[in-house]
Design a protein around this ligand. Structure first.
Ligand code: GEK
Length: 260
């Protein structure tokens, strides 16, 4: 298996710089409150949006490449569930250049998957990648050495989250890994308040106005429901994972590593 040089595909010269427009979707007052959706307009500005909204996003993407080097096995499948424009898949396949490994990206947004295919074709033309436009609840997972759910479980109805994780567990090889990155909620009100304030400060520091922050919060309110860290650990245990650790945190965003 050939390993690539560790670099961050979210950095300069990457898809994030060259394919992205600035996110101004919530800059003007919206008359009606509309739930957030992964439309063409969102997909067009997505790299800028996620990098300015999710503290640590670039680091998680880059380090997924390192995790990929450790866990991906020859002749196996690697799943990127909720792949958006393919940043996680790109990071992993740039690090593990092995055509016996099939990378499978899944996203239910047509706008995302159409652009994702183009991005991956341009930046990883020889990698063995398939992109499916489908709900992650409907896809089959098998022979997986690594499954990545990067900031996507939080968009699933809460009642479906355990079912998906059980399916991931069943589809992983022994010794295979799940990387689960999520925004957190906090059971203690004071802690919730502290981290919400830090997150908004992060957005202000990245140039978002008060109007943009509040309109985006309203739009996401019913669509993205974060869980607490305790809920994640408990749910992963229920899904079958006994070896679960937190490897990353940036304010109220974390990433967990669960090994089968
Ligand atoms: C990244 N992982 O760049 N089935 C399939 N896709 C879904 C579903 C579903 N049920 N629900 C939401 N999505 C990416 C970032 S973004 C995170 C992931 C964010 C998709 C949705 O269309 C979107 O592309 C993605 O999950 C979430 O590392 O926007 O905060």
């Amino acid at each position: 298996m050939r390993h690539g040089k560790v670099n961050n595909p979210a950095n300069k010269d990457s898809m994030m710089e060259s394919d992205s427009s600035k996110d101004t979707l919530f800059a003007n007052p919206h008359n009606q409150l509309v739930d957030f959706a992964f439309t063409d307009a969102v997909a067009d500005v997505f790299p800028d949006m996620i990098r300015r909204s999710v503290p640590g996003y670039d680091a998680v993407i880059a380090l997924l490449g390192v995790i990929a080097r450790q866990y991906i096995q020859p002749n196996s499948h690697v799943y990127d569930l909720g792949c958006s424009l393919g940043a996680s898949t790109l990071s992993m396949c740039q690090q593990v250049q092995d055509s016996s490994v099939q990378f499978i990206g899944v996203d239910n947004s047509v706008a995302m998957t159409q652009r994702c295919e183009k991005v991956l074709q341009r930046h990883a033309p020889s990698a063995n990648i398939v992109i499916h436009c489908a709900d992650i609840e409907t896809i089959d997972i098998n022979n997986a050495s690594l499954v990545v759910i990067n900031f996507t479980l939080q968009f699933l109805p809460e009642s479906q989250r355990l079912t998906l994780l059980k399916k991931v567990y069943a589809g992983l090889q022994k010794g295979g890994a799940l990387v689960l990155s999520e925004k957190l909620s906090f059971p203690k009100q004071a802690e919730q308040h502290q981290y919400t304030k830090l997150h908004y400060e992060f957005k202000r520091a990245n140039g978002y106005s008060e109007l943009e922050i509040s309109q985006k919060r309203s739009a996401l309110d019913q669509v993205m429901i974060p869980d607490s860290l305790e809920t994640h650990f408990e749910r992963l245990k229920q899904a079958g994972f006994s070896d679960v650790s937190q490897w990353f945190q940036s304010f109220n965003f974390v990433s967990l590593l669960a090994i089968k």
